[in-house]
Design a protein around this ligand. Structure first.
Ligand SMILES: *Cc1c(COP(=O)(O)O)cnc(C)c1O
Length: 358
């Protein structure tokens, strides 16, 4: 009997459900470059209202969304302050510098994913011909699956405002953050999403991650900002035509797949608990849907062998020395338990692994 593949590489691998596909097929369509695709217009109005911003722009990817944001906020010779591990610094091909001549000023993260307020303050350059003009602070929430504390987000936002910087949030997984924050502090998920989003001048959210849509992100901000971003989206080749089919998937996801992110978080906790206490592993308790597992001792040298072993058991994961396991719509408890059992079985073949945790 063949078993289903448990794909823990990313929440981007989610397949559209039958109901989402039906919504895509049924979507009323126009031509979004002419501005008359009703499904795209509905999505843009809905996500902007949901997140407490004036306007929104539907874009093919989160990378393009961040690029449009940075270029719409900054001029050539400006700089943005950003974390070393932030997607819009590290994982986007240097697009802001390449295409916008906007220089990043990366800062190291604290263990909780935040940037120290004093580091941010020290990185803001005085108005002097020697320096790039510091224009923007870009934060990410969640970052590596970690929820930034709300009081930190408010303080960082206020600091940026005090220095006249604009503030962008890469909220690719904003709804994961909102679900975790609602669990901690009360309020509804949508209230928490809006509370985070309104600390920023612009926010980018992904529909193609845990929300389960095949493609698409939205950039939110003021009307003027979105008008500038629209022009940049066109330059970047992101003006799409009958994109209502994709917007319909995003609308479906907003309606049906936000609250269920809590299930992904519960599965991530189940996975972490299953691995906790095993020899040769150090597991970080997850805030949301991403579990990091450090391989120690004899397991460290075997990380490629472990990934190959998991693959031969129908389990896909990534990470060298540090596994990154992501739960999502297409992973269930059985898949999580199979993953725990397979990792355990592999470790028992290594020296230094006792029976602890079994
Ligand atoms: C996935 C992701 C993006 C965008 O990725 P695309 O593949 O371009 O859609 C941006 N920021 C973060 C934090 C992400 O996780």
């Amino acid at each position: 009997m063949t078993q289903d593949v448990v794909d823990l590489r990313s929440d981007t691998v989610t397949q559209p459900t039958a109901a989402m596909r039906a919504a895509m097929l049924a979507a009323p369509l126009g031509d979004d470059v002419f501005g008359d695709d009703p499904s795209v217009l509905t999505l843009q109005e809905k996500i902007a209202a949901l997140l407490g911003h004036e306007a929104a722009l539907f874009v093919p990817t989160g990378t393009q969304s961040n690029l449009c944001a940075i270029l719409a906020h900054c001029q050539r010779g400006d700089e943005y302050i950003v974390g070393q591990m932030a997607h819009c610094y590290r994982w986007e091909g240097g697009g802001a510098a390449v295409m916008g001549s906007v220089q990043p000023q990366p800062l190291n993260h604290q263990a909780d994913g935040s940037l120290l307020l004093s580091d941010i303050e020290a990185a803001i350059k005085p108005d002097d011909a020697h320096f790039a003009r510091t224009r923007l602070l870009a934060l990410e929430n969640t970052l590596g699956g970690k929820l930034l504390p709300m009081d930190y987000v408010q303080q960082a936002s206020a600091l940026a405002q005090r220095y006249g910087l604009v503030r962008h949030l890469d909220g690719a997984r904003l709804f994961n953050a909102a679900v975790a924050q609602a669990e901690r502090s009360g309020g509804t998920v949508l209230e928490q999403a809006r509370a985070i989003a309104t600390c920023f001048d612009s926010v980018s959210v992904c529909f193609s991650k845990g929300l389960g849509a095949p493609v698409g992100s939205a950039l939110c901000g003021s009307k003027d900002f979105i008008a500038r971003a629209h022009r940049i989206r066109k330059m970047a080749g992101g003006g799409m035509r009958q994109s209502g089919m994709l917007a319909a998937a995003a609308l479906y996801a907003l309606e049906h797949h936000v609250a269920r992110l809590a299930d992904d978080h519960a599965l991530a906790r189940r996975l972490a608990q299953g691995l906790q206490g095993l020899d040769l592993l150090a597991v970080e308790p997850p805030h949301t849907n991403i579990v990091f597992v450090d391989l120690l001792g004899a397991a460290r040298a075997q990380s490629e062998a472990l990934l190959a072993y998991l693959k031969s058991h129908g389990i896909l994961a990534t990470g060298l020395y540090r596994l990154r396991l992501v739960t999502h719509l297409n992973v269930n408890a059985q898949g999580v338990d199979r993953t725990v059992a397979a990792i355990r079985a592999f470790l028992t073949t290594l020296p230094g692994s006792g029976q602890r945790g079994t």
